[in-house]
Every structure is written in structure tokens, then in C-alpha cells.
Design a protein around this ligand. Structure first.
Ligand code: ATP
Length: 250
């Protein structure tokens, strides 16, 4: 469903991505982890068609995001880390607007909007202006808008930041449900317990390169750390690579 091949991105002479490759299947939740500045948002923006890579390809459901951007975007839902929303619209108006952009119309759109508002506990607030929503409510509304056109692939940048435990639980449970229904979910996060809990497979990016990938137990095995929690493993792997890098520079 998602195929990333030898992706690179340079900002001037700085290499933010140094040739990353990943394949993610139908119904899989994939956790994408890395320290600040590792290259997560750059990767996600390229996947969502918001940034041009320097080289390499991204295919979503077989559609090349550079060559067939409309077809790729039609099957993709994207939740940015800081979603932009029209504050002077109500939640319901915003979802209808987003649905129409994706060519969902009429009765189907009305039903879809009502169902998503219900699912994400926003029905009570649907006719209030977004400017009055809390952070968690805005995050849930952004999730509804990304799901409005029944995407096959959902790309999520830092979904849990600032959510209270109930909001986080709701989001984690719905990611699991959607993946069970066949949706592929690409989840970039710093919140390691979220990745540990919901992701089927993981990749750790550091300095624009994938330094580890696989299921948690595969990563543990490669790192020679049986039964280690993801946090400890993450710190161990990222520190090891920092030291290797420092050594190379010296
Ligand atoms: P964070 O977790 O802090 O959001 P990230 O893993 O998402 O980090 P990116 O935002 O992808 O990291 O940034 C990767 C690297 O590219 C960083 O060193 C960053 O400073 C650099 N970078 C990102 N955008 C630009 C830009 N527009 N111009 C120059 N450098 C950039």
C-alpha cells in the first residue's frame, strides 16, 4: 500500500533524507520513530505530496505521488502535526467543506459527517465555531476530516501531542479499528508507548537514515536486547548511532 524507494531530500547542501526505503502492507499500523530533526516530518510531507523529494519515489496504492498526485491523494488521509482549520466555520461545516473537496457529496456526505462526529465524540459541538474548540477537539476534528473520503492510507504526524488520556485512548482504539478494516496507517510519533501499543511494525530514523526496522521483537533481536521495552531500545539504538557518527567525524 505504501512503497518508499531510495528517498532523499536535500535542503541546500544539507542532506535531510539519505535514501530511505520502506514497504508497508494493507491493514498495517506502522510506527515511524526518531529524535527531533531525524527526518520524520520531511518524509511525511513528501508522502503527502506537500514537498518534492530530491530523488527516489513514494507510491501510495500503486500511485506515484510525484507523477499521479491526484490519484495518490484521493486514497490518502493526512493529519498534520499542527492541522490548519477554518476557525470561523463550525465543525460540521468544516467536515462538509472537506468532503466536497474530495468529491463526497449529498446524502452520502451528510451521513458520513454525522457518523464521524459521533464516532469522535463531537456531535454535541458540531454547530459551534471551531475557534471555541479545545486542542483535543480540534485534533479529533482533524482526524474526522482526514477520514471523510474513506482513504485507504492514513498518514499521521504526531497524533497524541497534547491529548488527555481519554482523547488518546479514543484515537488509539479507532486506529486499531480502521486498520482491522484494511486501512494502512503510517504513524510518526515521539510517544514511544503509543508506538509500542498500536504499531505492528516500526522504523527508527536517525540523521535521515533508517537505523532499525521490523516488529518490536525483530528490532530487539537485532539489537541483542531481549525483553527490552521500546523506550530503552530506542535510547540504546539512537545513542549507539550518535556515538558511531561522532567517532566517524573525529
Ligand atoms: P521533529 O521531531 O523535531 O519534528 P523531524 O524528525 O520531523 O523532527 P524534520 O522536520 O524532517 O525532522 O527535519 C529534518 C532535518 O531537516 C532537520 O535537521 C531540520 O533542521 C532540517 N530541515 C527541515 N526543514 C527544513 C527547511 N525547510 N530548510 C532547511 N532545513 C530543514
Amino acid at each position: 500500500m505504501i512503497e518508499i524507494k531510495q528517498l532523499t531530500k536535500n535542503y541546500g547542501s544539507f542532506e535531510a533524507l539519505k535514501g530511505i526505503s520502506l514497504e508497508i502492507g494493507r491493514g498495517e499500523i506502522f510506527g515511524f520513530l526518531g529524535v527531533n530533526g531525524a527526518g520524520k516530518t520531511t518524509t511525511i510531507k513528501i508522502m503527502a505530496g506537500l514537498l518534492k523529494p530530491s530523488s527516489g519515489t513514494v507510491k501510495i496504492c500503486g500511485y506515484d505521488i510525484q507523477r499521479e498526485p491526484e490519484a495518490a491523494k484521493a486514497v490518502t488521509g493526512y493529519i498534520p502535526d499542527r492541522p490548519y482549520m477554518y476557525n470561523k466555520l463550525t465543525g460540521r461545516e468544516f467536515l462538509k467543506f472537506m468532503g466536497e473537496l474530495y468529491k463526497v457529496n449529498g446524502k452520502e456526505l451528510e451521513e458520513r459527517v454525522s457518523r464521524l462526529l459521533e464516532e469522535f465524540s463531537l456531535t454535541e459541538w458540531q454547530n459551534e465555531l471551531i475557534e471555541g474548540y479545545s486542542h483535543g477537539m480540534k485534533q479529533r476534528l482533524a482526524t474526522c476530516s482526514a477520514l471523510i473520503h474513506h482513504p485507504k492510507v492514513l498518514i499521521v504526524d504526531e497524533p497524541m501531542v497534547g491529548l488527555d488520556p481519554r482523547g488518546a485512548r479514543l484515537l488509539k482504539d479507532s486506529f486499531r479499528e480502521y486498520a482491522k478494516g484494511g486501512m494502512t496507517i503510517f504513524l510518526s510519533t515521539h510517544t514511544l508507548n503509543v508506538a509500542e501499543e498500536v504499531a505492528d511494525r516500526l522504523a527508527i530514523i536517525q540523521g535521515g537514515e533508517i537505523i532499525a526496522s521490523g516488529t518490536l521483537s525483530e528490532i530487539r533481536e537485532k539489537a541483542g536486547s531481549n525483553n527490552t521495552g521500546l523506550e530503552k531500545l530506542f535510547l540504546q539504538l539512537t545513542q549507539f548511532h550518535d556515538e558511531a557518527y561522532d567517532g566517524a567525524v573525529l
